[in-house]
Design a protein around this ligand. Structure first.
Ligand code: TYD
Ligand code: MG
Length: 424
């Protein structure tokens, strides 16, 4: 160029030859092993001792595992993990809880409320991630809990705590230390709707296990969901009820998810949902109310709104039921959020039942409703029928064959058609 493009001085540039790397300094090849020779060591798992947590973890904690626990603020993450710490401590283990969010007194207050006094539960209030790592190395606990990954800071990294750069770096250091020391670590991560702080999504690929704690904050029910697990099955769920004494495991959710009068009043039907691999009997409710509003309301809670809209259209078209001048409310009792496609049929039954003001009685229904009015089978049919029978429901309405069952036939059988239909 003849001159420096920055300071414009002539003749300031000097040519320097860059040495080519010689072939001798090429990296050496990595070790390769046949697939059959790997994974022979059975990984030792340490059960947490709370059945609903162990189920989602796939049996317990694996040495060096990095676990992310995400959830909305206030859903109960700190409470649950304090209980996990206690459960490990009462079986002779040691757990270090590093809190960057709350003072020792605040955690102590919560612990006292939960009746947690074990000497194996160790607390430290620390924001500096390197100090957390150093403390864990010295204390050598069976589990390290970091509350939360958005509140700890890596000192020499720029940006404020909770920002993308900080969260990436603090998580990376904690995960690295878990791998090095073999101490499993749980990182608590807040999920926020406004996106002001970097969310757990950012870390999902970096950790071994991703868990989310969900629940409607107006209700007591909490669902611990496994989204990823490098050491075990995913899509497992654990159920809890948040109460005065903390998170109480719910081993038999039947009573929790249905009202006393399920099926006995119009607009109510029982749905044996399958969440993870677990049958959950829930009550689906619908309220259909006449309106003069040219744009009737469609309100859906606990289910996918788009699916409910589709079921409404199918009922209009294939069952002769009209909702055009009706407000429609559909919800799942108990504040549970369902992603089960089998909810279509119970939604259809509850809607028809409310519209016609006819109760269906002791009925459990499940099945996916297709656009042409056919009812398609969904996974876990046998499980669903068994769960319905176990809880004493008299009629179980599920898809009979491979899409040959129809919505009008099922509604007709339940007495939910305007005109009587002939049933084969
Ligand atoms: P917390 O575990 O602090 O939530 P997170 O860590 O996910 O932000 O729980 C907060 C809420 O739980 C708070 O509103 C109070 C309630 N809670 C109970 O209902 N029962 C209890 O025993 C405890 C400790 C908390
Ligand atoms: Mg908390």
């Amino acid at each position: 160029m003849g001159f420096c493009p920055q300071c414009r001085t002539d003749g300031a540039l000097v040519e320097a030859a860059v040495e080519r790397k010689s072939t001798a300094s090429r990296p050496r090849a990595s070790r390769v092993v046949p697939v059959g020779a790997t994974g022979t060591e059975e990984t030792a798992r340490r059960p947490v001792g709370i059945g609903e947590v162990d189920r989602v973890l796939g049996g317990g904690l694996v040495p060096g595992a990095a676990i992310l626990l995400g959830g909305e603020p206030g859903v109960g993450k700190s409470t649950l993990l304090l209980q996990v710490a206690e459960s490990i401590a009462v079986t002779g283990g040691k757990v270090l809880l590093a809190s960057a969010e709350e003072s020792l007194d605040q955690i102590g207050l919560r612990a006292r409320r939960l009746g947690i006094t074990s000497s194996g539960v160790l607390l430290t209030a620390e924001r500096d991630v390197d100090k957390v790592v150093a403390t864990a190395a010295e204390v050598a606990p069976d589990l390290l809990i970091v509350d939360s990954v958005q509140a700890v800071e890596a000192s020499e990294v720029g940006g404020s705590a909770g920002g993308v750069a900080q969260v990436r770096e603090t998580a990376a250091r904690l995960i690295h230390s878990a791998k090095e020391t073999g101490i499993p670590v749980v990182l608590i991560g807040h999920v926020t709707k406004d996106g002001g702080i970097a969310g757990p999504k950012l870390l999902e690929h970096a950790v071994d296990v991703v868990l989310y704690l969900e629940g409607d904050l107006d209700h007591g029910l909490r669902v611990l969901r496994g989204l990823k697990n490098r050491f075990g099955p995913t899509h497992q769920v654990g159920l809890f009820e948040m109460g005065e004494g903390g998170m109480r495991p719910v081993t038999d959710p039947a009573g929790l998810l249905a009202t006393e009068h399920r099926g006995a009043v119009p607009g109510s039907v029982v749905f044996p949902a399958v969440d993870g691999r677990r049958p959950l009997l829930v009550e689906v409710q619908a309220l259909v109310a006449a309106t003069s509003n040219p744009q009737p309301r469609r309100s859906v809670k606990g289910l996918e709104a788009a699916r409910v809209h589709q079921v409404l259209a199918v009922l209009e078209r294939h069952a002769g039921l009209s909702f055009g001048d009706q407000d429609v409310y559909v919800s799942v009792v108990g504040g549970l959020r369902l992603r089960d496609p089998g909810a279509d049929l119970p939604v259809a039954v509850a809607l028809a039942s409310s519209l016609l003001d006819r109760a269906v009685g002791s009925v459990a229904a499940w099945g996916e409703v297709g656009l042409t009015g056919e009812i398609r089978p969904v996974v876990g049919g046998d499980h669903r029928a068994a769960e319905a029978a176990r809880l004493g429901l008299e009629v179980a309405v599920g898809p009979r064959g491979n899409g040959h069952d129809r919505i009008d036939r099922v509604l007709g059988e339940l007495g939910l058609m305007r005109r009587p239909v002939r049933i084969k």
